[in-house]
Design a binder for this molecule. Structure first.
Ligand code: AMP
Ligand code: MG
Length: 393
């Protein structure tokens, strides 16, 4: 068994050849940007007004002005400077006439024919300078997962399509004779497969494409056939169940027989101790325990960061410090631990409340959690008020 930190290092040291493709911005949400993008233009491309009001000349403070003309957003910038005593009525987003010193907002003025009277002093210039968002040639985005904000920045820069990585194909093999799909009746001794649908959802959330190989019975030949296919067709292959030391736990042997180089089997972590990781030249393989909470946690702890790393994106894990609302005593001090918790705000900042949780099969405790507390190996007791790190779910 290896420490959790070492397991994480070994996983993140791996790489795969990645392919790229071009997509339109409208298809780019959730994809991983595969290039550095520089801004092709100054944004905004011209000095513009932040207010509806009146543009007046530099240092031309007076009570009344003569209104010369009106400019709307979308009008071409005028090349006629504003003269002393003149005002140009201007709309938010419209280009400034040359020599504009400030925009007096319309709320601080009164209008009578061509005469504008100032009713309140305007303390700001209300000018948005050319290139105040970004200068042409400056870095706009580095490789990352594209969300709505990033798509907004690309669109503002006039970029219609981007180079993204081809999504990783993540195969899912569910093992266990006791498992049935939702929709078919259970016979005595059977349960529904939750890991398959849950892993599919986690894979989609992580920006990859799930490929399901269904539920495979605990039989060496059935395992071998599924593994051989999965290794051939996937970039990452996930197996659920059968990775412990039980009589019918064939996963480790099957993977070795199929040519998988096993890098670790057994991690000092709770939940998820039996977790296995290995690779072939073209596929990275995880043997995850069958217990549903272990599967959820180890996907978030090991698989999702790997997906980000392969796609050159920053780690999805941003630890958030918070204070414990109750004492925590641990039995298995040798293992690092992820604990489902609720994060909320208290008088002294963020507070973390560990959920009552009956072990790694207690999937419903996870549904109430919005964070996982991370406790490093070696920590035995944590007092109420002690600071711990959590990962947001
Ligand atoms: P295993 O790792 O195969 O020994 O399974 C550990 C426990 O998790 C057993 O109680 C299994 O019934 C349960 N389990 C295994 N696979 C699944 C699954 N896909 N969905 C729900 N529970 C599972
Ligand atoms: Mg099993």
């Amino acid at each position: 068994m290896i420490p959790f930190d070492r397991a994480s290092e070994l996983v993140l040291a791996e790489s795969l050849p990645m392919m790229t493709q071009h997509v339109k911005l409208s298809e780019a949400l959730g994809r991983f940007l595969a290039e550095k993008v520089a801004s092709p233009l100054d944004a905004p491309p011209f000095d513009k007004s932040a207010m509806d009001g009146y543009a007046v000349r530099y240092n031309d403070e007076r009570n009344q002005y003569n209104v010369r003309e009106i400019v709307a957003a979308g009008d071409a910038p005028s090349d006629r400077p504003i003269e002393p005593g003149e005002a140009v009525q201007i709309m938010t987003g419209a280009p400034l006439p040359p020599d504009t010193g400030k925009i007096i907002r319309v709320e601080f003025t009164r209008r009578n024919g061509d005469v504008m009277t100032v009713t309140e002093p305007e303390p700001y210039d209300n000018i948005i300078k050319r290139a105040s968002n970004i200068k042409a040639g400056d870095p706009l985005l580095a490789p990352c997962r594209l969300g709505a904000k990033e798509i907004g920045c690309l669109a503002a820069a006039g970029i219609p399509e981007v180079t993204v990585y081809r999504p990783l194909r993540v195969g899912i093999i569910i093992t266990g004779d006791e498992l049935r799909n939702a929709g078919s009746p259970l016979r005595p001794g059977e349960i529904y497969d939750s890991n398959g649908p849950q892993l599919s959802a986690q894979i989609i959330n992580a920006g990859a494409v799930p490929v399901s190989y269904g539920i495979i019975e605990d039989d060496r030949d059935a395992h071998r056939d599924a593994v051989v296919r999965g290794l051939k067709e996937s970039d990452i292959l996930l197996l659920s169940g059968g990775v412990s030391k039980g009589e019918f736990d064939y996963v480790s042997r099957t993977l070795s027989d199929a040519g998988v180089d096993i890098l670790f089997h057994g991690v000092k972590v709770k939940p998820g101790r039996p977790t296995l990781f290995g690779r072939t030249p073209s596929c990275l393989v995880f043997g995850l325990p069958g217990n549903p909470v272990s599967v959820f946690v180890q996907f978030e702890a090991l698989v999702r960061p790997l997906i980000n790393k392969l796609n050159q994106a920053p780690s999805p894990i941003r630890p958030v410090p918070g204070r414990l609302t109750r004492v925590l005593k641990r039995r298995d001090v040798d293992r690092a631990e992820f604990m489902p918790a609720v994060i909320g705000s208290g008088p002294e900042g963020l507070e973390l409340t560990p959920l009552k949780y009956g072990g790694s099969s207690h999937l419903n405790a996870l549904a109430d959690a919005n964070a996982l507390i991370f406790i490093p190996a070696g920590t035995e007791t944590l007092e109420q008020g002690d600071q711990v790190d959590a990962r947001l779910l």
